[in-house]
Design a binder for this molecule. Sequence first.
Ligand code: ADP
Ligand code: MG
Length: 345
Amino acid sequence: MTAQEVVAVGQTPSSGGEVLLRATDVSKHYTLRPDGLARRRRVLRAVDGVSLEVRTGETLGVVGESGCGKSTLGRCLVRLTELTGGRVEFDGKDITGLSSRRLRPLRPGMQLVFQDPQASLNPRRRAGDIVAEPLLVHRYGDAAAVRRRVAELFDVVGLSSAHRDRYPHEFSGGQRQRIGIARALATEPKLIVADEPVSALDVSIQAQVLNLFADLQERFGLTYVFIAHDLGVVRHVSDRIAVMYLGEIVELGATEALFGAPAHPYTEVLLSAVPDIDDGTGTAEASRRERVVLSGEVPNPVNKPTGCPFRTRCAHARDLCARERPSLTGTASGRLVACHYPLAG
Ligand code: ADP
Ligand code: MG
């Protein structure tokens, strides 16, 4: 199978739109300065050969432990960082090598929502000015038009436009994230990469913000790449989920298929850590699953294990796993898994 065919297998019938975003073998490696211990140049492989497609109107969840490369991948997808290798196509255009000048007209179409609105919103600017900024950058219109659009955006994200003169610290965490979302929506993007947008919020507020994402998607036909370290969070918003480990996708498939029967041992571990969800039937899912605990720590991405990156922590690892890196391959059930001995087909 070619890389293209492999990616196509990971599509579910529900994701019927055109391909809006396509990543092919994307890598981002950081060259670290030599330190006293290691005089050689060390290379940190933050993202290591990721291929995926996202169709218009779809949500692709991206999950994995902290440090596995989710944010770096998110920045690669919207070209906020240069790739070390591979290609990203957005809306039918190869954006991999575009200069910032050539990228500029495409920027409004792809926006990022950050994890921590406290850190990503300028504390010295008023909320209304923060939301207006992308409009001014992309020459939306005269002052009156910008003002109208800002009021509209406040309304869309459920904030009172009477609060546009307030500063970020005068809002609650959930409201601050709404400001971040309004700013991302200002230029009418097609794609939003949301990087752990609810991780910094109280659990009681998370559901409200997740519902807002869902409403906005329906209303504006948005396409999301939704990043989280918590599978429980992405489950509710994602059509498909990509599971990352040490910069690689180890499993990619429809959300329900993945929750129903994880194919990669790492997915199984992540799933077993999802707290019980009381679905009203009295059979909370996680309690039916056996809890699988990971041994050891995540290896350093500077010294990735040979063969399968997960093998040093995998309960099912055999000799082959140390010798050969498993490639992401389609299974009979239509998902992709990078494992020599998958748990499900
Ligand atoms: P995640 O978002 O999944 O927590 P990141 O993408 O932030 O992971 O980081 C992936 C890896 O890349 C980590 O090991 C991190 O330390 C490293 N990394 C991220 N940004 C840089 C950078 N600018 N320079 C060097 N290493 C980096
Ligand atoms: Mg991150």
